[in-house]
Design a protein around this ligand. Structure first.
Ligand code: MN3
Length: 381
């Protein structure tokens, strides 16, 4: 029985992880659930899955959650610091990091220092602090298992290939709702249009990132650290059907790809069950429903964010941390209809130019970079 802590249990990945767990109650139990704000759903989940503890990040909702759960023997905590502490609990085996953005960093570091297995859905953690996180994971013997579908695909392709170096990887991208559009069109797109993703149902932040191709940019950086690659070993291929989830090319030119219907429950289940594949009844893929799988180049001139992410990765140091913080502010401003779609890239460029570059950042440097970038980005807005 694997005991699981889910950070961000009320979000898209968190709720799907609980679906996977509920189908496999003999293999998994829920040790901890944490949520940002959604007290109602957190309470419902806790009543159903009976975790040992829950954390609501928003301290104003503590009484509501505590009143509902404390009589059931569930420990209730609140605040960001409690999330950082709860992941170190001795009884937890796997920490599924499914919260949004930078907030995943400190809890993930604490879990790694306790040698926990990390099922990583929070890609921003590796974007902000890839070197630090992978060094710590080595030092403390903590395994990082990808949940992001592209990285899970690559991880699955690498099973049994331990001694065979990667020549390159192909990260597939759906292209999002604005595939094929030009900058003229993008100038006036609305939040509603941007949130209308063709293939995947996800949270708001990642859906906007998908529309701007920033999500793919963040995934390029995530892949670099997960699979120890150089920038020129990572290619992005637009594949509108989202059936090929990504591919690995080996040194003999052979390419292995992982395929399936776009459903996040599969990569979640693979990470939680790893190395075992668990039998399920998810919908099966049929080749005949998809007679045409197509592939095209990513348009890095129109979708500048992808280029910016490659640039940040090439710069190294605290550059990806600046990119991420500026992007988080930009996406929030776009969702609040304070800036236009294309202005998001401008804001990121501005921050990357103005925030001081640090070649070998410590954790403290990264925390400072994140804070300073957010202040600057908000001023620029
Ligand atoms: Mn992905």
């Amino acid at each position: 029985m694997k005991k699981i802590a889910i950070l961000g249990s009320t979000g898209s990945i968190g709720t799907q992880a609980l679906e996977v767990i509920s189908e496999n109650r003999d293999a998994f139990s829920v040790e901890t659930l944490t949520a940002n704000n959604n007290a109602d759903l957190l309470i419902k989940q806790a009543q159903l899955f009976k975790p040992n503890s829950v954390v609501i990040k928003n301290e104003e909702k503590y009484n509501e959650v505590n009143n509902a759960l404390s009589s059931k023997g569930i420990k209730v905590y609140c605040g960001a610091k409690s999330i950082e502490d709860i992941v170190t609990s001795d009884s937890t085996d796997i920490v599924l990091t499914a919260m949004v953005g930078y907030s995943g960093l400190l809890p993930t570091i604490n879990a790694i220092k306790k040698g926990k297995t990390i099922a990583l859905a929070n890609k921003e953690t590796l974007v902000v602090a890839g070197k630090l996180i992978t060094d710590l994971a080595k030092e403390y013997g903590s395994k990082i298992l990808p949940v992001d579908s592209e990285h899970s695909a690559i991880f699955q392709c690498l099973a049994g290939e331990h001694h065979n170096p990667i020549e390159k990887i192909f990260l597939t991208a759906s292209g999002g709702p604005f595939r094929g559009k030009d900058r003229n069109f993008l100038q006036t797109v609305t939040k509603k249009q941007a949130l209308n993703h063709p293939n995947w149902v996800m949270g708001n932040k990642i859906t906007i990132d998908s529309a701007s191709l920033m999500n793919k940019g963040l995934e390029v950086i995530e892949a670099k650290w997960l699979f120890d690659l150089k920038t020129d070993q990572i290619d992005v291929v637009v594949h509108p059907q989202s059936i090929v989830h990504s591919a690995v090319q080996f040194e003999d030119g052979s390419i292995k790809a992982q395929m399936g219907i776009p459903d996040m429950k599969l990569p979640i289940q693979y990470a939680l069950g790893y190395p075992k594949r668990i039998k399920n009844t998810f919908e099966r893929f049929s080749f005949f429903n998809y007679p045409n799988l197509t592939f095209e180049k990513a348009d890095r001139k129109t979708f500048k964010n992808l280029d910016l992410a490659y640039k940040a990765l090439e710069n190294g140091g605290n550059s990806p941390c600046i990119l991420n913080a500026a992007n988080e502010v930009a996406v929030e401003a776009f969702l609040n209809e304070r800036i236009s779609f294309l202005k998001m890239s401008d804001l990121i460029v501005n921050c990357m130019e103005k925030i001081i570059f640090v070649k070998n950042p410590s954790l403290e440097d990264l925390i400072a970079t994140d804070r300073e970038t957010r202040i600057l980005a908000n001023q620029l807005l």
